[in-house]
Write a protein that binds this ligand. Structure first.
Ligand code: HEC
Ligand code: HEC
Length: 340
């Protein structure tokens, strides 16, 4: 072999080696995951550094249901965010590791892809960062993020799943992004109310329709619980207390005018997510309606929209009946969202 052909051979050999290596180092699967967005819903914003792919959603789902992310491997995200309850819980305060209690009621994950500021006080501004809070919180999973990452790196098959999803190993970045990807798929918009809104008049009863008329009309609920997701994404004081133990939005802004203000929550699947309010203090929809009907307690920040409503017993019952039409049984039974 002369020098020329030898170097050509070397060239092809190294090319072959290089391409093998590349395949090994980057087995990332980039199959785009298209969200199933109901009529009347916008397509949610997806961050550029975390495009949705099937592998990311699958990894996030597995992590969401895996107690490996808690100190003693007893608590997963799904311990407090249960699919049958629209990814909320049925107790005022859900226990974390060692039965420890935090101070707020676990919210639904339905349509969390549309939320702009997370937690009831809006203290977290990106869904991609939110999972750090429960994983590290002393009262929730109590595991330093670096320890969670170390466990995932040591695991028999998580490393491959991370490579497939991100072309990178487990890290605080990929762990939180994967969880966010799964949560973005949790879209709920197939309730009886949606059928009705889509033109199927028979999907709701007379009483439920009267409840909807009150909701958007005289009872004023839709001023705050507005739009396709029944929230105006604002922070408001709905007159629950005269003195707030949990200052709400004020915890973040420290402004006196934000005391007792909480993010207006979605009302989708509301019949499944009792007890209600930031602290889970109202046990039933009936007690919520009594609260609003009474006009709330005196607080300097109470919203001017909260005032005595003078609803009759029949009107209260219709309002509650309307709220129950927001239950989406497809959502809570969807195997794509459930534990395998
Ligand atoms: C011990 C119960 C518990 C566990 C475990 C838990 N959460 Fe939560 N979650 C809550 C509570 C309570 C809140 C409300 C916190 C607040 O408003 O300050 C919340 C809020 C959230 C929010 C914000 C939703 C919104 O509408 O603002 C997201 C997203 C979330 N959790 C995701 C997760 C993920 C992902 C995990 C697992 C890594 C997890 N949670 C584990 C109880 C829990
Ligand atoms: C001024 C704005 C405003 C108006 C008007 C309003 N709400 Fe609310 N609503 C809120 C806020 C803010 C919260 C959250 C309070 C908290 O977390 O303590 C809330 C919470 C709720 C909850 C509990 C949600 C949960 O997940 O815990 C229900 C149910 C509810 N409202 C129904 C109604 C109904 C029915 C009406 C009309 C009678 C109404 N709201 C009127 C702002 C409003």
């Amino acid at each position: 072999m002369n020098n020329g052909s030898f170097s050509i051979l070397l060239f092809f050999l190294s090319l072959a080696l290089l391409s093998c290596r590349q395949e090994e180092a980057n087995p990332m699967e980039e199959t785009h995951y298209e969200l199933d967005v109901p009529a009347g819903f916008p397509y949610p914003d997806i961050p550029e550094d975390n495009e949705l792919t099937a592998a990311r959603v699958a990894l996030g789902k597995r992590l969401f249901y895996d107690p490996i992310l808690s100190e003693d491997s007893t608590i997963s995200c799904a311990s407090c965010h249960k699919q049958a309850l629209a990814f909320a819980d049925d107790v005022p305060i859900s226990p974390g590791v060692k039965g420890r209690l935090g101070f707020r009621n676990a919210p639904t994950m339905a349509n969390v892809a549309y939320v702009e500021r997370f937690n009831k006080d809006g203290g977290v501004v990106k869904l991609d960062l939110q999972p750090v809070v429960p994983i590290e919180d002393h009262n929730e999973m109590n595991l330093p993020l670096q320890d969670a990452v170390a466990r995932l790196k040591d695991h028999p098959d998580y490393p491959e799943a991370f490579l497939k999803a991100y072309g990178k190993e487990a890290s605080p970045f990929t762990l939180t992004r994967a969880l966010a990807s799964f949560m973005r798929t949790l879209i709920s918009g197939s309730s009886r109310y949606d059928l009705y809104a889509g033109g199927k008049t028979s999907a709701v009863s007379e009483a439920e329709r009267r409840g909807l008329t009150l909701f958007t009309g005289r009872a004023g609920c839709a001023n705050c619980h507005a739009g396709f997701n029944f929230t105006d994404d604002n922070f408001r004081n709905n007159g629950l207390y005269e003195i707030y133990e949990d200052p709400g939005r004020n915890r973040i802004t420290l402004r006196p005018e934000d005391e007792g203000k909480f993010r207006v929550p979605t009302l989708r699947n509301i019949a499944l997510t009792a007890p209600y309010m930031h602290d889970g203090s109202l046990p039933t929809l009936e007690s919520v309606i009594e609260h609003y009907n009474g006009g709330g307690t005196a607080h300097p920040n109470k919203d001017t929209l909260i005032r005595p409503l003078q609803l009759s017993e029949e009107e209260k019952a219709s309002l509650a009946a309307f709220l129950r039409t927001l239950t989406d049984s497809t959502f809570i039974n969807n195997p794509l969202f459930g534990k395998e």
